[in-house]
Design a protein around this ligand. Structure first.
Ligand code: HEM
Length: 469
């Protein structure tokens, strides 16, 4: 009865079944199911996943009210068994509760990224990685090639030097292991304890698999942190790991290491956050970019022509070229809009009892911002499913200010701390690729239907680069 009264004040939604809740809403591509449910229940609605209350935000107004206007109340993260395993009991930044430890971690990471992943420093990293890939792809010019491994390496060799100072060759065992980790990690099923917390103690395959995967990743980062500690020089902070060690040493000197959130576990977890946050996202965005450009040769040609006239062929694109290449910038925005890789962002949770659009949202409720719905709202975009960079340009071809509804990095307190780096490296890498190659589908292969909401990321695996001439 108490539960019924509480739910009456919460946003409406389909009636949950006992124990399983609204299971069918969480199967397949939930972000599309949520758009259908919003038509019936409104832009803010409630669901039950197992025994957990979940509130879905399906419109710009709802996301603005929750993540911007009430940003502290909506800045928490839900608790789940898979997250506890992944984060060694929330000792990272991305899934930790909103509070002093999170603030401290975010400050260190943002300052490290400002120093180590912006301007000339990022450009140098991106150019080195590009030159390497351009060499690799030139050697298979004209042949159909699976770009996956090349794009992985390209992105890893920008992000990993920033995170922990390592560059990889294709055949490196560590590179192969990290790549395998990423491929498996993002396909993992949720362990039973995520749906039914009280059954979390029972052995199940998903839990065992996740633990094994994390042992590999965290073992690798433990070794990286140990190496950094041996080589540490306070006057030469080379990467995020060095910045974390510096903060740890300062806590040691102050005598508050034991109570600080800067133990060795925190250090390897933060490095894992930067690695996972930076690599998987940018890799998938570049894969989408190449796929969309191969499917729209006229747009690819316009980007290449703009780069030709502004940058030429004698040097790689630089960050200072961004202003003079609005069509390329608009294309990056369009890729981020259409190829949204986190359709539901990361899950949030309420940090206190609060309200949203007049409904009661109790403390600890899981909140899912449906960014996909915002990126594909016909009222905002007119033709949301058409790949059309021009939507970001004015009549004279200048880049317009970014619309609020474009939020691939989310918004508010928990918005991605790597946004600046993500935008900059996506521009540098994509522009560098289009300057040097023309992407098309292998002869005889029908391009996938990208205008449909049914598009699949896996389709982007087999593309055909030839030198642009
Ligand atoms: C184009 C690339 C990227 C995209 C699209 C992206 C997207 C996102 C999104 C949607 C979130 C969730 C925000 C929220 O919960 O409201 C997030 C969080 C996060 N991202 Fe990114 N990201 C990108 C690049 C990066 C990079 C380069 C880094 C690190 C160098 C990074 C590190 C993180 C971290 C640590 C969080 C958790 C923040 C927190 O909980 O406070 N991301 N990102």
């Amino acid at each position: 009865l108490k539960d019924c009264i509480r739910r009456r004040r919460m946003p409406p939604g389909p009636i949950p079944w006992p124990i399983i809740g609204n299971r069918s809403a969480f199967q397949g591509k939930f972000h599309l199911t949520f758009i259908e449910l919003a038509k019936k229940y409104g832009d803010v609605f409630s669901l039950r996943r197992g025994m957990t209350d979940v509130v879905v935000l399906n419109s710009e107004a709802a996301v603005r009210e929750a993540l911007v206007e009430k940003s502290v109340e909506f800045a928490g993260r839900p608790h789940a068994q898979s997250l506890d395993i992944r984060t060694e009991n929330r000792r990272n930044m991305a899934f930790t509760d909103y509070g002093p430890a999170w603030k401290q971690h975010r400050k260190i990471v943002k300052s490290a990224l400002r120093e180590r992943a912006s301007g000339r420093t990022l450009e140098t990293e991106a150019h080195e990685a590009l030159e390497d890939i351009i060499g690799e792809l030139a050697s298979v010019e004209g042949q159909a090639v699976d770009l996956n491994d090349h794009i992985f390496k390209l992105v890893y060799n920008v992000v990993c030097p920033v995170a922990f100072g390592v560059r990889f060759e294709q055949e490196d065992e560590d590179f192969q292991n990290l790549k395998k980790f990423s491929e498996d990690f993002f396909k993992q099923d949720a362990p039973l304890g995520d749906i039914y917390p009280s059954l979390g103690f029972l052995p199940n395959q998903a839990k065992t698999d996740l633990q094994k995967l994390m042992d590999v990743l965290l073992g690798y980062f433990r070794r990286q942190v140990d190496r950094h500690r041996k080589e540490f020089n306070p006057n030469d902070l080379r990467d995020v790991t060095d910045h974390m060690i510096k903060a740890q040493k300062e806590a040691e000197e102050r005598g508050d290491l034991d109570t600080s959130a800067l133990t060795d576990t925190h250090l390897r977890q933060i490095v894992a956050d930067v690695f996972l946050g930076g690599t998987e996202t940018t890799t998938q965005i570049l894969r989408w970019a190449v796929l969309f450009l191969a499917a729209h040769p006229e747009i690819q040609e316009k980007v290449a022509a703009e780069l030709d006239s502004v940058v030429g062929r004698d040097r790689l694109p630089e960050l200072s070229d961004r202003e003079a290449t609005p069509y390329t910038e608009a294309t990056v925005n369009e890729v981020l809009k259409m190829g949204l890789i986190d359709p539901l962002s990361l899950p949030h949770a309420t940090t206190a009892d609060t309200t949203l659009q007049g409904y009661h949202i109790p403390k600890g409720t899981e909140v899912l911002p449906n960014l996909w719905a915002l990126h594909h709202d016909p009222d905002t975009w007119g033709d949301p499913h058409t790949f059309r960079p021009e939507r970001f340009l004015d009549e004279t071809g200048n880049l317009m200010p970014k619309p609020f509804a474009l939020m691939p990095f989310s918004v508010g307190r928990r918005a991605c701390p790597g946004e600046k780096m993500g935008m900059a490296d996506t521009y540098l890498l994509l522009a560098g690729l289009v300057q040097n190659f023309h992407f098309s589908f292998p002869e005889g292969e029908t391009p996938p239907d990208l205008s449909s909401v049914k598009r699949e990321v896996e389709k982007s695996a087999n593309l055909h680069p030839t030198r642009w001439s």
